[in-house]
Write a protein that binds this ligand. Structure first.
Ligand code: NAP
Ligand code: MG
Length: 450
């Protein structure tokens, strides 16, 4: 049993889900394996119908799921509703995949050649605590659509919504054993997904350190693996842009979810001639950010997920020179104010490392080449933003920044119908978008002699 804490109050929650042992995990993996042939053989139209029914049941429970995430993870109620809606939308989007998972017919001499996309079997999904609902759905929706069964381990800190979603799947008519949620420790249940020979693929989202261990472990069985890891993304602001608009939007690109977002634009690069104006306007925007009880409809930022995460973020601030901060409630809970650091040295930890909290570092640059070089001076490469009025520059810079997800004159969040993933040590493979079901299949080629 693990004790769950409400991050807003620091008080224990009533719920305390059982933490699975190795034997429990093995039993669920065996059940998912036994269920696989029947699920694979469900007719495409029927699998599609079941996924749409699942989406509809999630939609009926959207408010319940959102409130659960406010309690368990401290997410603002506005964000939490978006997150539950994202689960529904992913299910609806990938419910269109079963009837469209077609292969190709390739011309050959002496016969016919066709390809098939065959499901893998049992897929293991390991989910972090920062976006418990969306990240779970980005894995299970396309995996199920492609005919796999799923074992899913939520983060120890935030298991409640995943447990509820698995119940809703049964309510919607998905057969027992198709979507299995196994709350437990990463070192026990997560590690078992890596070592168990019947788990054919691991989808991991979390820290780069653990991601590397998972990739190394999967090598032993040549197990398929998708990794979504950390980031240190740059928001590049050129002087030719609408500086007021860029400064007004910058806080939301890094302080959303209290900065606990792998896509957080936690480095802001500002062209020197606009630097003072930008930082002045950023200060106004940060000071007016509404850091409130996440259950309050007006709240734009809540607490950090745990005392440990708050301490880890605070340690970065202890070594940095803070320019200014916004506000945070006094009293209990794991709060930190949104914090801005002005950086001049790219070797500082706050500039280089993923802080994963409400901290942003701002630095000046002189020209386009320097902006691109600074943006790319990191082992990460997940996302980023480019603010400029010059469309040629926007495209030039977007092509040169080494990151998987860029937005121009905006900070677009992840869309389920476009591909998502990282360059360099931010990850391996892509999730979401139209091709995601293929990542949960083997392509098989069959030649038939005439
Ligand atoms: P983490 O250790 O990488 O945890 C992510 C998930 O992996 C959790 O479900 C965790 O289980 C599981 N896990 C941990 N060790 C494992 C292992 N040896 N084998 C298999 N699964 C394992 O991340 P964290 O400790 O929660 O956070 C640390 C830092 O990682 C953060 O400060 C942040 O920098 C980064 N992070 C990035 C993302 C992202 O979206 N890219 C998300 C979360 C964290 P438990 O819950 O039992 O630990
Ligand atoms: Mg960890």
């Amino acid at each position: 049993m693990s004790t769950l804490i409400n991050p807003t109050t620091g008080l224990e929650l009533d719920a305390s889900p059982d933490s699975a042992s190795l034997e429990d995990a093995d039993a669920v993996i065996a059940r998912a394996h036994d269920t696989f042939p029947a699920w694979r053989d469900v007719a495409p139209g029927e699998r599609a119908r079941l996924l749409r029914a699942f989406a509809a049941v999630v939609d009926e429970h959207l408010e319940e799921l959102a409130q659960l995430e406010v309690l368990n993870a401290g997410h603002t109620i506005g964000n939490a509703r978006w997150e539950a809606g994202n689960v529904r939308d992913c299910l609806n989007y990938y419910s269109a995949a079963p009837e469209r998972l077609f292969g190709r017919q390739i011309p050959v001499a002496g016969g016919t050649d066709v390809t098939f996309h065959e499901p893998l079997g049992v897929v293991g999904i390991i989910v972090p605590w920062n976006f418990p609902m969306p990240i779970a759905a980005w894995g299970f929706a396309p995996a199920l659509a492609a005919g796999n069964t799923v074992v899913l381990k939520p983060a120890e800190l935030t298991p409640l919504t995943a447990i509820r979603i698995a119940e809703l799947a049964l309510e919607a008519g998905l057969p027992e054993g198709v979507l299995n949620v196994i709350p437990g420790k990463g070192s026990v249940v997560g590690e078992r997904f890596v070592t168990h020979p019947l788990v054919r693929k691991v989808c991991f989202t979390g820290s780069t350190t653990v991601g590397k261990q998972i990739m190394a472990g999967c090598a032993d069985q040549v197990k398929r693996v998708t990794l979504e890891l950390g980031g240190k993304s740059a928001n590049i602001v050129f002087a030719d842009t609408d500086v007021a608009a860029a400064a007004a939007s910058a806080p939301y690109a890094v302080f959303d979810n209290a900065g606990q977002d792998c896509c957080a634009r936690s480095r802001i690069l500002v062209q020197r001639s606009a630097y003072d104006e930008f930082v002045g306007r950023l200060e106004t925007a940060v000071k007016t950010l509404r850091v409130l009880d996440p259950a309050d409809e007006r709240s734009e930022m809540g607490p950090l997920v745990s005392a440990g995460q708050r301490d880890s973020v605070q340690a970065y601030l202890d070594g940095a020179t803070v320019a200014f901060t916004g506000s945070a409630p006094d009293g209990p809970g794991w709060w930190l104010p949104p914090t801005v650091v002005e950086s001049t040295d790219t070797s500082e930890p706050v500039w280089r490392e993923e802080v994963f909290g409400p901290v942003v570092a701002v630095m000046a640059f002189d020209d386009e080449d320097e902006a691109v070089a600074l943006a790319n001076d990191t082992e990460y490469g997940l996302s980023g933003s480019i603010f400029t009025a010059d469309v040629g520059r926007a495209l030039r810079v977007a092509r040169r920044v080494e990151a998987g997800n860029l937005s121009v004159n905006s900070h677009s969040s992840v869309r389920y119908w476009t591909p998502f993933g990282g360059y360099k040590q931010s990850g391996l493979g892509r999730e979401l978008g139209p091709d995601a079901p293929h990542a949960f299949t083997e392509e098989k080629n069959v030649f038939i002699a005439h």
